[in-house]
Every structure is written in structure tokens, then in C-alpha cells.
Design a protein around this ligand. Structure first.
Ligand code: GTP
Ligand code: SPV
Ligand code: MN
Length: 583
């Protein structure tokens, strides 16, 4: 498929290391993918779903110990520990290559190695980047064919260039004790072993498009961010674009596909991307964003015709479901889907299940993989080579208390500080405890491919270089009452908040200045038709100085680990916030 010498030499080395029985290039053709589906059905790697109801859909069950990203086994192997920074696991690259070489030695014996050339970004876009993933998993091949643009055209775009990311993945024995997700940013290289799950093995996604790309962006003057991209069209037909960073399982896919509530029928949201944005400064001095992916790897639980009808419509065909419940009709189910639970089924572990079983039918981090083009609200501009111009950047987290529904940063520098001090309750997207508040700057703590202090500096530098920077906001859909119930209805009603944000960008909406930033004046957010009174709105927009001063202490504690490397601007902003709160 290629005469690129660098590619062929690397492939030879990896074949010599992993010793597969044969090597198959993925050409991107439907015929080849169909053959692979057949093979996966024969081995049980895939289960065919009811093809009348869900054409082209399959179910995959991962190993019980392999259902989420593993942050404690994810490494950034830069030449020095300082380059990776205190928030990443680090090992000396030579040592790590040695260690992994032993693990990969013969790991594909008796198996086929699939060579997947893939493109991140639209074909023909100057901002797109090539990767090649070598894997022994058909599940990975089929997912990559949805999540990225794969095949011959990619090798043609690469030509003789050496500029591609080298990904090596072997599921080996799915041994959690020897599971490693490792990045060598200086070598454009990713090695992943002993997992078969999502973000650990679809090397295009978090490994390349965030960890490696964030490092490239720092070097080359652009940004790779854990952000959805949406276009918000007003009743006059004008579209403004927003990019928003929320941590894993905190609402990106849902916001990207939002359907307006009854009262705001004249508005429409267009999806450009649901997880990752690559941002560059355009010739017009604005910030422009592309979605490097071609599909959605979305959280299934909670997805319903009430919360996210567009996602539900997207996943009716050509979709791979991972770790959901299988019903007797050959359809799928998860907690939070419409209507009554099925009377029986096979749960994500492969065990017989009834609603009385007392265990979840679908894993809380069960997922769907679906082509973006199937989304009913996919933006007509989602594959524009130059991307879309961003008017507002939103940061947000899952905070039961502290953070109000929405506020606006005073300026770019303050906005970077707002992003750098983000915190959120942990979710099932990563292995470990759920519901624990942790600091997660820009929703990038698991995904930044270099020292986060330098990452903050890069954000600050970008701000100085963008003549017309987007305004920066912070939202929190997850504030709870004394009974632990969400106060804000969320989902489609989040449009009410987006509208205030866009009006602020246009200089139309009023705000009050508070110690943490600009907040909406009492009636600035349209709550017509909502079961929410003025008091509740007050609660949602409350800034409790005492609670915020406690948060400032936690922020200081978090920043300490960066030592002298932390930019002075961040320290200045922290001091200024503390002063405003103490006045
Ligand atoms: P990743 O794919 O892990 O990056 O997640 P994500 O940020 O795309 O999150 P997603 O939109 O899939 O939402 C995760 C969970 O949060 C789902 O169970 C949603 O139903 C729920 N959720 C999303 N938006 C809202 C909201 O506005 N309010 C409430 N209460 N829940 C929400
Ligand atoms: C996330 O965890 O943020 C995801 C899913 O989007 S994964 O691809 O597993 O990273
Ligand atoms: Mn994500």
C-alpha cells in the first residue's frame, strides 16, 4: 500500500518484535471490514445484534477488569521527569522501551497484525495528521474505522513523509498487572499492551489526539484540547461556534447534540465534535477549531430520547456497543434508556440478568461507537478543512457545591486561571473511585502530554497571539440540593445558559461583577416554562465567599507541586481572587 521507507522499516521492526503469523493492511474498503466482522463473530469477539432493528450493529464485551481508562498505568516518557511534570506518570524512555520490548516480544504469535493507517482531521486539511496503528485486535480495527478516516487514501496523503505517529497495540493476555499505556512524545510513538478497551487502545483518541498532539501543539503554536465543538444557530439563522472542555463523562456529547426546549424552538445546535478539538489561530485573527475524529465513542448510560435524542438516532445503525445489556430480541439496553427495563437479558459481564438481579445491566462506562455523519444534527461545516471560528470557550465540571451555574472570566488571563483551577467529581470513565472531587485543569489532567505548568504557559502565550480571542466561561450543570438531587434540569435546557454566553460575546446581555467573575443579572437567563423559581435561580447563581476561600486553599495546594515552573500570571490571579474574596 505504500513505498514509504520509514513506514516500511518501522513495520519490519515491529513485526520482528511481536512475531505475528501474518500482517494485513487495512485498506478502508467495506469488503475487508465485512470479512473482519465475520471473523470476529466466529470467535465471539463480536455478537451480532438484531439486524432488522439495528442494522450493522454489534455488541462487544470487554474483560471484566478492562472497562475503563487506567490512569495509574498511563505514562509520558520524556527524556526528563520535569518535562512530563508532576501530574503524569513518568519513566526514563530507554528503561520503558526495555521493559515493554520484553512484554511485546512475541505478543502477536499465532495472531494477525493489522496495520491501520488513519487520519486525524478532514482529508485534505492542512491541519490533519497521520497515524498508523498496529494491533492484534479486530475490535480495534472496526472501532478505528468508525472513529477515524482509515485506509489507502491516508497513505497517499502521507506520501514519503516521516511525519506520522507510530502506534503499537497488543491485547496480549489482557493482564491488568502488565497493562501499560505509554507515550514517547519525542518519538511520535505510542505503545499500549494488555488492554482491549476504548481510550487505552484506540490510539487515535486520547493517546494521539490529546497527549501526543498537545505536545506537538506546544511546539508548533496550536492547541489540542478535550473539547466538544458546537454551532449555535439563532432564529435569524446566524451561527456562532462554542468549544467546551468538561472532564470525562461530564456532558460533552450531550451538550454537543443538544435539542432546544419548547420555549426556545427557533434555536438549533449543530454538532462539529463531541470530545476533542484542535485549535489554531486563523488568518482573520480568530481561533479556529477542527474535530480530528470521525465518530463518537459515547457514554451509553443516561442516553435516552429525553436526554439526548440525537445520540439515540445516531446509534440505530452501523454502531458497535461495548459492555451494554443484551435483550432477548437482540437489541441493547442500559440504565437510563427510555421506558421500563427489559424483563430479562444478558448483562455486560455475560451473565443472565433481570431487574431484580441487584447489579447493573450495563457497565456505568459502557459505550457506543458510531459514525459522526449519522448524527441528525451534524454540522454542514464539520469537515471544513479550516474548521470553524470559535466565539466562546467554556470550562465546566461536576461540582455538587461551590461553582455556580455559569460565570464569565474577566479576560483571557483570568480565563486561563479559571480553566487551571477547574475541579470535578471523578466518574466511571477511568478506573478508580467515583464521585471524589479532584482538580482537573481544562479537563486535561489525564491527557496532557507534557508538564502542565508549561501547558498553562502555552495557554497564556496563545492568548497574547490571538488578536480576537474567544471569551472564556465556566459552567456547572451538576449543583445539588440538600437531598443530593440536581437543581438545574440540564440537557436541552442548557441552551438557556448557552444563549446568555453568546449574548455576552455579542455585548448584549447584562452581568454583575463578583469576586470570581461576571455572573448573569437575576433575570438574564430565560427560565420560562421551567419548574424553577427565583429562589432556585438565586441558589444556582450563589457565590459563597467562605466556600470559595476554602477552594482557594485547595487550589494553592494543587499548584504547589509545580514549584517555580508555575507561570507568575497564575500566581497573580490566585492572589487577586483571594483578595477579592476577602474584601
Ligand atoms: P466522555 O465521552 O467520557 O468524554 O464524556 P462526555 O463529557 O461526553 O459526557 P456525556 O455527554 O456522555 O455525559 C456523561 C453522563 O452525564 C451521561 O450519563 C449523561 O446522561 C450525563 N449528563 C450529561 N449532561 C447532563 C446535564 O446537563 N445534567 C445532568 N444531570 N446530567 C448530564
Ligand atoms: C474519556 O474518558 O474522556 C473518553 C472515553 O472520551 S476514552 O476514549 O476511553 O478515553
Ligand atoms: Mn472524553
Amino acid at each position: 500500500m505504500t513505498s514509504n521507507k520509514v513506514v516500511l522499516q518501522w513495520l519490519d521492526e515491529m513485526v520482528a518484535l511481536t512475531k505475528p503469523d501474518k500482517v494485513v493492511w487495512i485498506d478502508g474498503s467495506e469488503e475487508q471490514l465485512n470479512e473482519l466482522r465475520k471473523e470476529a463473530l466466529a470467535t465471539g469477539e463480536l455478537i451480532e445484534l438484531n439486524q432488522d432493528k439495528l442494522p450493522g450493529c454489534y455488541l462487544h464485551r470487554a474483560a471484566e477488569n478492562d472497562v475503563a481508562r487506567v490512569e495509574d498505568r498511563t505514562f509520558i516518557c520524556t527524556p526528563t521527569r520535569e518535562e512530563a511534570g508532576p501530574t503524569n506518570n513518568w519513566m526514563d524512555p530507554t528503561e520503558m522501551y526495555d521493559k515493554l520490548t520484553k512484554l511485546f516480544d512475541g505478543s502477536m504469535k499465532g495472531r494477525t497484525m493489522y496495520v491501520i493507517p488513519f487520519l486525524m482531521g478532514p482529508l485534505g486539511s492542512p491541519f490533519s495528521k497521520v497515524g498508523i496503528e498496529l494491533t492484534d485486535s479486530i475490535y480495534v480495527v472496526l472501532n478505528m474505522a468508525i472513529m477515524t478516516r482509515v485506509g489507502k487514501a491516508v497513505m497517499d496523503q502521507l506520501g514519503d513523509s516521516e511525519d506520522f505517529v507510530k502506534g503499537l497495540h497488543s491485547k496480549k493476555d489482557i493482564d491488568p498487572e502488565n497493562r501499560y499505556i505509554v507515550h514517547f512524545p519525542q518519538d511520535n510513538t505510542i505503545w499500549s499492551i494488555n488492554s482491549g478497551y476504548g481510550g487505552n487502545v484506540l490510539l487515535s483518541k486520547k493517546c494521539f489526539a490529546l497527549r501526543i498532539a498537545s505536545y506537538q501543539g506546544k511546539k508548533e503554536g496550536w492547541m489540542a484540547e478535550h473539547m466538544l465543538i458546537l454551532g449555535l444557530e439563532n432564529p435569524q439563522g446566524e451561527v456562532k461556534y462554542i468549544a467546551a472542555a468538561f472532564p470525562s463523562a461530564c456532558g460533552k456529547t450531550n451538550l454537543a447534540m443538544l435539542i432546544p426546549p419548547e420555549e426556545l424552538k427557533g434555536y438549533k445546535v449543530w454538532t462539529v465534535g463531541d470530545d476533542i478539538a484542535w485549535l489554531r489561530i486563523g488568518e482573520d485573527g480568530r481561533l479556529w477549531a477542527i474535530n480530528p475524529e470521525a465518530g463518537f465513542f459515547g457514554v451509553a448510560p443516561g442516553t435516552s430520547s429525553k436526554t439526548n435524542p440525537n445520540a439515540l438516532a445516531t446509534i440505530q445503525k452501523n454502531t458497535i456497543f461495548t459492555n451494554v445489556l443484551l435483550t432477548p430480541e437482540g437489541t441493547v439496553w442500559w440504565e437510563g434508556l427510555d421506558g421500563e427495563p427489559p424483563r430479562e437479558g444478558i448483562d455486560w459481564r455475560g451473565n443472565p440478568w433481570t431487574p431484580e438481579s441487584g447489579v447493573k445491566g450495563a457497565h456505568p462506562n459502557s459505550r457506543f461507537t458510531a459514525p459522526a455523519r449519522q448524527c441528525p444534527c451534524i454540522s454542514p461545516h464539520w469537515e471544513d478543512p479550516q474548521g470553524v471560528p470559535i466565539s466562546a470557550i467554556i470550562f465546566g465540571g461536576r461540582r455538587a457545591k461551590t461553582a455556580p451555574l455559569v460565570y464569565e472570566a474577566f479576560n483571557w488571563q483570568h480565563g486561563v486561571f479559571v480553566g487551571a483551577t477547574m475541579a470535578s467529581e471523578t466518574t466511571a470513565a477511568a478506573a478508580g473511585a467515583v464521585g471524589v472531587v479532584r482538580r482537573d485543569p481544562m479537563a486535561m489532567i489525564p491527557f496532557c502530554g507534557y508538564n502542565m505548568a508549561d501547558y498553562f504557559r502555552h495557554w497564556l502565550e496563545m492568548g497574547r497571539k490571538i488578536p480576537n480571542p474567544p471569551k472564556i466561561f465556566h459552567v456547572n450543570w451538576f449543583r445539588t440540593d440538600e437531598n443530593g438531587k440536581f437543581i438545574w434540569p440540564g440537557f436541552g435546557d442548557n441552551l438557556r445558559v448557552l444563549n446568555w454566553i453568546i449574548e455576552r460575546c455579542e455585548g448584549k446581555a447584562d452581568a454583575v461583577e463578583t469576586p470570581i467573575g461576571y455572573l448573569p443579572v437575576p433575570d438574564a437567563i430565560n427560565i420560562e416554562g421551567l419548574d424553577i423559581g427565583e429562589d432556585t435561580m438565586k441558589e444556582l447563581l450563589k457565590v459563597d465567599k467562605k466556600v470559595w476561600l476554602e477552594d482557594v486553599s485547595a487550589q494553592k495546594e494543587f499548584f504547589k507541586q509545580f514549584g517555580d515552573r508555575l507561570p507568575q500570571e497564575i500566581i497573580d490571579e490566585l492572589k487577586a481572587l483571594e483578595k477579592r474574596l476577602s474584601e
